[in-house]
Design a protein around this ligand. Structure first.
Ligand code: XMP
Length: 499
């Protein structure tokens, strides 16, 4: 009944996630018992197999902190100066674990009108309006009701005493049901973060929200993207000094002499940092990045592979260059080869829902990288704007190969040539407000656990065995079957994803 992955993906057709449907297996465990524990690169363990893409509208410090706090990982993009990227990595590595960054911080000149416009019930006031600034107090929107909109928050601060640790802040919120946020400050009075009632409740309902990815010293894990130019060697040195755990060599076509020589450089100069190569879509490319001639009669391998070419929501690589592969096919073939060498694989791009996460993981990926799913969240860089045509709150999301991003420098990802002609391989646009990834990721992970339960496998390791032994059965869906698998024949409906 059905086909094995080897049969389905060995027929000369490129399939993507929506083309494929998995067959259910027998269940004898609860969804909460499913372990999604994995590795993003050799030796770097994650509890949640989700990572955020190194794109300038997706991952800076706030995203990387939030992703690590919910058990995943963020890769800070490199379409910025070395100093800026290093400051983001430092912010992640020095972040007190568990003290939310999704805090409404304003400066000492802020008024109640600014608080009302933020849509939040409180604001934490510091001298410069930033985390790390001198803590002045907390103002509540409700306290401003009798005051004029231009009244300064700093003149009407509530008596909330800041705490030195998350545990103390936690206890203060539990003890007083009116407290929405309790600031956490350093010994010298600077704002480190805050415990919020919303985040506390979330952690109590969803265990993933409180299981951070940390290094051996208990600091949050952080990844960063780099290029393969000579100047990137200085960038890597600075990132390693800032404590980065894993670097990703960011290229749309990773099977290059530039990438191999950068892997050799990293191995020789920074043996403790992990390196992920890519992007690739074939076994041959995977072989090249895992058997790099070291010039001394031996070979060197990357610690992880990133798979996807043209599958991303903002990508036009397949249209512009005619090269790439359907993402399900690419993930299956690269992962089955990489698994024989013990090299983890990141399935990058094209993920639109938790079902795609289940498919990527059960076809062999170790974790899933998302751009558009996390863009538009509170933690993504950039400000929300209201689309005048629809009234919907949106944030910018753009491909790193869009002209806009390349004009800022990201064209190195596309091996730009000496003619300095920029040909776009991506688009720029907007995505809807998604709320916080601190909430979204635990729900997506839980939905993925339910998917694994339906498959009858209680861990990623068990899923690998089913895949390799041909017990995981699947087939390709016709267009009509895909339509049947979505919502149909409704006059109107609302799609609420989690709650
Ligand atoms: P999603 O579907 O999650 O995809 O939005 C994110 C991934 O897309 C890749 N990426 C690009 N690919 N042109 C491309 O062909 C681009 O401009 C571009 N920008 C990002 C990248 O692998 C990312 O993780």
């Amino acid at each position: 009944d059905g086909f094995t992955a080897r049969q389905l993906f060995g027929q000369g057709t490129s399939y993507t996630y929506d083309d494929v449907i998995l067959h259910p297996g027998p269940i004898d465990f609860g969804a909460h018992e499913v372990s999604l524990e994995t590795e993003v690169a050799k030796g770097i363990k994650l509890r949640t197999p989700l990572v955020s893409s190194p794109m300038d509208t997706v991952t800076e410090a706030n995203m990387a902190i939030a992703m690590a706090e919910v058990g995943g990982l963020g890769f800070v993009h490199y379409n910025l100066s070395v100093d800026e990227q290093v400051s983001f990595v430092r912010a992640v590595k020095n972040h007190p674990v568990g003290s939310a960054t999704d805090v409404n911080v304003v400066d000492a000149s802020a008024t109640f009108s600014i608080l009302a416009a933020s849509g939040r019930s409180y604001a934490v006031v510091t001298d410069d309006g930033r985390l790390g600034g001198r803590y002045l107090g907390v103002a509540h929107a409700s306290d401003g009701k009798q005051l004029s909109a231009s009244a300064k928050l700093v003149d009407h601060l509530a008596k909330v005493s800041a705490k030195k640790s998350r545990d103390d802040a936690h206890a203060a919120i539990k003890a007083d049901e009116k407290l929405e946020a309790v600031p956490i400050v350093s010994d010298d009075g600077n704002l480190l973060g805050a415990e919020t009632r919303e985040y506390l409740l979330l952690r109590e309902t969803l265990p993933d929200a409180g299981a951070p990815s940390v290094d051996a010293g208990g600091r949050l894990l952080c990844g960063a993207a780099v290029g393969t130019r000579e100047s990137d060697k200085d960038r890597i040195k600075a990132l390693v000094a800032a404590g980065v755990d894993v670097v990703i060599l960011d290229s749309s076509q990773g099977d290059s002499a530039f990438q191999k020589s950068m892997v050799l450089h990293i191995r020789a100069s920074h043996p403790n940092v992990k390196v992920i190569g890519g992007n690739i879509v074939t076994r041959r490319q995977a072989y090249h990045l895992t058997h790099i001639d070291d010039g001394k009669g031996g070979t060197v391998s990357v610690d992880g592979l990133r798979v996807g070419m043209g599958s991303g929501s903002i990508c036009t690589t397949q249209e512009v260059c005619a090269v790439g592969r359907g993402q399900a096919t690419a993930v299956y073939h690269v992962s089955s080869y990489a698994r024989s060498l013990g090299v983890p694989v990141i399935a990058d791009g094209g993920v639109q829902n938790s079902g795609h996460v289940v498919k990527a993981l059960s076809l062999g990926a170790s974790c899933v990288m998302c751009g558009s799913m996390f863009a538009g969240s509170t933690e993504a860089p950039g400000a929300y704007v209201t689309d005048p045509a629809t009234g919907v709150r949106v944030k910018k999301y753009r491909g790193m190969g869009s002209l806009e991003a390349m004009q800022k420098g990201s064209d190195v990802r596309y091996h730009s040539d000496k003619n300095h002609l920029k040909v776009a391989q991506g688009v720029a646009g907007t995505v809807k407000d998604k709320g916080s990834v601190r909430k979204m990721v635990p729900y997506v992970a839980h939905a993925a656990r339910q998917g694994f339960q339906d498959l009858g496998v209680a861990s990623l390791a068990a899923a690998r065995t089913e895949l390799d032994e041909g017990c995981l059965r699947m087939e390709c869906r016709s267009g009509a079957a895909q339509a049947e698998g979505g919502v149909h024949d409704m006059h109107s409906f609302t799609k609420v994803l989690f709650g």
